[in-house]
Design a protein around this ligand. Structure first.
Ligand code: LUZ
Ligand code: MOS
Length: 765
């Protein structure tokens, strides 16, 4: 079925934060943020700003009634600066005025004197200085030290992956509205309504039941609103708390880019050892995560890097250590893949390095080492692997040999255009790695007219979770989907929710909905069984009719619902779901943290223009493990979006902070994201449908994050294309591979070690 939001989306009628009708007397907030990355506040001058037209109030740290603390995992993040600023963009003061324009004009009149302190932007330097967010962690299996001796080939190297701006179309924002008895209702563009509620209660020093958070949908999150939507929501709530008036803050794009954290950049080292048959015997990696100035979700992101450090390969001897390094950048945060892609890049780089040194195709090494069912991950879980199925199917379905030949022929025939190809197998663990977060609840009401209302903790952010939840109810009740309404996500209806994240939202909330619907269904069936004097097991509901032993009765859905109500039997259910069998022992770094894994393989081809360094992706051909897909249209959309987002991260999105910690790429004029022209000319997606009992809803598999990982293949395809032009190029593993870097690698090395002395000469030849 179609995404249930498509109709209102197309007509511009869908409600986002900025579409909420405003209440009379609404005020507008704006934040004054630090122009300096690290320093001590000497003085803050707000008097001129207070005199500006329309200004109602300016709040600073002194106005916080509770804790000045928004750190979720580690209490290390102030809402408003106390004594020290820790990054450019750190909120110092909150100004509230009668209009948005007045608020933004007035914050320009605030001034601050800051005594600067040394600024660190490099995670390796932070680590040397002992600036760690949490102690390092190490995942281990086998014995790498002993294994090196058995390796025929050993390669070492380093890699860099840069950050990534989330660029949700809807920027961060919130709207707080005072209710009676001191309750504050917050409309928040958040993936985590409960995080907002809990943090607002903590900062305002009031019980959680005084805060109602409501989210209709958000215009994209990608992880950027898992934790960092909280800041703006709590700011609005703080102003509402003091002023007893509605307060709205919807960030402008440049404010959002400057003040919020991004995907974590990583700097990493690897050592890989292979035997003579190219089996990977040993792998060591050290990850330096650039966490930014506060923990935010960094410890969890770092953990997922370790979980995915061997990607879709089986390696018997592994030692991987990760450091979460505190720098003076905005706290980096969740971003689709959550540290997993950063970990996977490193082993793919290690394989590419080995392949280049041995003059073989990286795919040979990749294929030989794919996970099989029963193989153990370094964290102790055994794989139920679809890696080989996906790989083999992709090779066969898309005729890899023919593709390779076409590329060879093209490269022979063309001097200044070269094509490159890479295969990218993926493996992604599904579940929050923090076991307790894997729980969800659903509240289902059947109304007496036969219509159904459902509330869960799931936040719709374009990923189609509401459509999938609706499908669950429609299937179980066997009623027309039009009879079902998915309600807003609201902390008064569903409590203690996990954020919509970790690709697990449809799994968890769908399962809770399944349980709730089944409970109601059983009661409905009992009423029918009593009426028709038969057993419960003889009753069936099919397409809104009651069947007894396969025979259609005169009772339809509506009649059954009414009969149940008349008998004073509940037509509502609140259900709780948590996946069984998941656990993790932090003292041993072993366990079974994931309900299951998602696999897939992509074949990616690119053509580069060797005079200009620019490139186009010809095709991304995928065999993806969807389980038993609940909604192919939505799942294809998730795949296509993830692939393009992954390619963007790997090839063009380049975040630049200068040495002073200022974001230089602070607008869409300086930060290049994929547009329609950079979408691959062809994206083919084949559904590998499996029927395994994988603990997900209706035996589907989570689809949110895994497809982003295919984007890694874009980097390696580009590298191979450059090598076709300039085989001698020693290209550093430094993503993104922007056109500038492509151009330099096409020539720089070659000029050094060949008789050609200039790009002009190359062109003349
Ligand atoms: N968020 C989180 C996530 O809190 N824990 C996770 O394991 C996770 N994984 C992926 C994306 N978001
Ligand atoms: Mo996410 S990175 O699943 O919020």
């Amino acid at each position: 079925m179609k995404n249930i939001d498509s109709y209102t989306h197309l007509r511009g009628e869908s409600v986002y934060l900025d579409d909420i009708p405003l209440i009379n007397g609404t005020l507008y907030a704006a934040v004054f943020d630090s122009p300096v990355a690290h320093g001590k506040i000497i003085s803050l001058e707000t008097r001129d700003a207070m005199k500006m037209p329309g200004v109602v109030s300016i709040f600073t740290v002194k106005d916080i009634p509770g804790e000045n603390q928004i750190g979720g995992i580690v209490p290390d993040e102030e809402l408003l600066v106390g004594e020290h600023v820790h990054f450019c963009g750190m909120p110092i003061a909150l100004l509230v005025a009668e209009t948005e324009e007045m608020a933004r004009l007035a914050i320009k009149k605030i001034s601050v004197e800051i005594e600067p302190l040394p600024v660190i932007t490099d995670p390796r330097i932070a680590k040397e200085k002992g600036e760690l967010i949490i102690p390092p962690r190490t995942f281990k299996i086998g014995d790498t030290t002993a294994a090196w001796a058995q390796c025929e080939y050993v390669f070492e190297g380093s890699t860099e992956t840069n950050g990534q701006e989330h660029l949700y179309i809807e920027t961060q924002g919130a709207y707080a509205v005072p209710q009676e008895n001191g309750v504050i209702k917050i409309y928040s563009s958040t993936q985590g309504p409960t995080v907002v509620q809990r943090t607002a209660a903590r900062v305002l020093n009031i019980p959680m039941h005084q805060i109602e958070v409501d989210t209709t949908r958000i215009g994209g999150g990608f992880g950027g609103k898992e934790d960092q939507a909280t800041t703006w929501a709590v700011m609005c709530a703080l102003a509402t708390y003091h002023l007893k008036r509605p307060v709205k803050y919807s960030l402008q794009r440049m404010e959002d880019m400057r003040m919020t954290g991004k995907r974590h950049p990583y700097s990493s080292d690897f050592k890989i050892g292979l035997d003579k048959d190219l089996k990977i015997l040993a792998y060591e990696a050290t990850f330096y995560q650039n966490a930014g100035a506060a923990a935010d979700l960094s410890p969890a992101v770092m953990e997922r890097t370790l979980f995915h450090c061997t990607s879709s390969y089986f390696v018997p001897n592994v030692k991987a250590t990760a450091y979460s390094c505190r720098t003076h950048l905005p706290p980096n945060t969740a971003f689709r893949g959550f540290g997993g892609p950063q970990g996977m890049f490193v082993i793919e780089a290690a394989i590419a390095k080995a392949a280049e040194a041995l003059s073989i195709d990286a795919a040979v090494i990749q294929q030989k080492n794919l996970l099989h069912t029963g193989d153990e991950f370094p964290y102790g879980q055994k794989a139920v692997s679809e890696a080989n199925e996906c790989w083999n199917k992709a090779v066969e379905l898309y005729d890899l040999e023919k593709l390779k030949k076409e590329i060879r022929d093209f490269n022979e025939a063309n001097k200044f255009y070269k094509k490159g190809l890479a295969l990218m197998p993926i493996c992604f663990g599904i579940s929050f790695t923090k076991t307790l977060m894997n729980q969800a609840r659903s509240l289902v009401h059947v109304y007496t007219d036969g219509s159904v209302g459902i509330s869960t903790g799931a936040v719709e952010m374009g990923q189609g979770v509401n459509t999938k939840i609706l499908q669950v109810a429609a299937t179980i009740f066997s009623i027309d989907p039009a009879k079902i309404k998915i309600n807003t996500t609201n902390t008064y209806r569903i409590a203690n929710t996990s954020p919509s994240a970790a690709s697990a939202t449809a799994d968890l909330n769908g399962k809770a909905t399944e349980i709730a619907c089944n409970a109601i269904l059983t009661r409905l069936k009992q009423v029918a069984a009593d009426e028709f004097k038969t057993e419960l097991s003889s009753v069936e509901l099919k397409e809104e009719w009651v069947y007894i032993n396969g025979e259609k009765t005169g009772w339809d859905w509506k009649k059954l619902v009414m009969a149940t109500f008349v008998k004073r039997i509940s037509l509502s259910e609140h259900a709780h779901y948590t996946p069984a069998h998941i656990h993790f022992d932090l003292t041993k770094e072993k366990g079974h943290p994931f309900a299951y894994h998602v696999y897939g393989t992509a074949i990616i081809t690119v053509t580069i223009d060797c005079l200009r360094g620019i490139y186009e992706f010809d095709s991304v051909k995928v065999v993806h493990d969807f389980g038993n897909s609940m909604n192919m249209m939505i799942d294809i959309g998730q795949c296509e979006g993830g692939i393009v987002q992954g390619i963007g991260w790997m090839t063009m999105e380049e975040i630049v902070y200068d040495k002073e910690g200022n974001l230089r790429t602070n607008a869409l004029s300086t930060y290049k994201v994929p547009d329609i022209y950079s979408v691959p000319k062809e994206i083919a997606i084949h559904f590998l449908e499996t029927q395994k009992d994988n603990l997900a809803i209706f035996r589907s598999k989570a689809v949110g994050e895994p497809p982003l990982l295919y984007g890694l293949g874009a980097y390696f395809a580009l590298r191979n294309a450059v090598k076709a032009f300039n085989p001698a190029a020693a290209i550093p593993f430094d993503a993104p591979m922007t056109p500038e870097k492509v151009l330099m690698s096409l020539y720089l090395q070659r000029l050094k070690d060949s008789s050609i002395n200039s790009i002009k000469e190359v062109m003349e030849k």
